[in-house]
Design a protein around this ligand. Structure first.
Ligand code: NI
Length: 163
């Protein structure tokens, strides 16, 4: 298990656009393994490559429903007009949370860890995680979308929602 350093808000790399992945090499697979290790170690539900200093279109998500998602070169598109408004956090913004409105459902097209295309619909927390991580690939931090003020996370709430 190899942990990577999570970049925190203020680091300019978090505000940069990422580049598409052209091929999945052993190095890419190592990066993805490290991203999962780093995310689980930090009790997160998602992590995007820029958060570990890599400007490539890769994110991983596991909201604890038994599925691990690797999304390479993803396209995340809202499905319908329904939205959800709720607490969101980010491993790059430690100990903070804020209210963000996201699509209730999204459609995701991506390449998997073997660089094969796949697609799926996501809703609820999974849709929120997909939208949040996809934003990281375009240099967008959730704090720019927070309605009202960022709040300090209550300690007992740390298990949920950090991305
Ligand atoms: Ni985040």
């Amino acid at each position: 298990m190899a942990l990577r350093t999570i970049r925190v808000i203020g680091d300019p790399i978090l505000e940069k656009e990422t580049k598409a992945v052209k091929e999945v090499t052993d190095k890419t697979k190592e990066l993805i393994r490290d991203m999962f290790d780093t995310m689980y170690d930090a009790n997160g539900v998602g992590l995007a490559a820029p958060q570990v200093g890599i400007l490539r279109q890769i994110f991983v998500v596991d909201i604890g429903d038994g599925k691990r998602f690797v999304c390479i070169n993803p396209e995340v598109t809202p499905l319908g007009d329904e939205v959800q408004t709720g607490e969101e956090g980010c491993l790059s913004v430690p100990d903070k949370q804020g209210i963000v409105t996201r699509p209730m459902k999204v459609h995701v097209k991506a390449m998997d860890i073997n660089f094969q295309p796949y697609e799926f619909d996501a809703e609820g927390l999974l849709a929120r995680a997909m939208a949040h991580e996809n934003d990281h690939l375009h240099g967008i931090m959730y704090v720019s979308k927070v309605e009202g003020e960022l709040e300090d996370v209550e300690y007992e709430a740390l298990d949920e929602g950090e991305q």
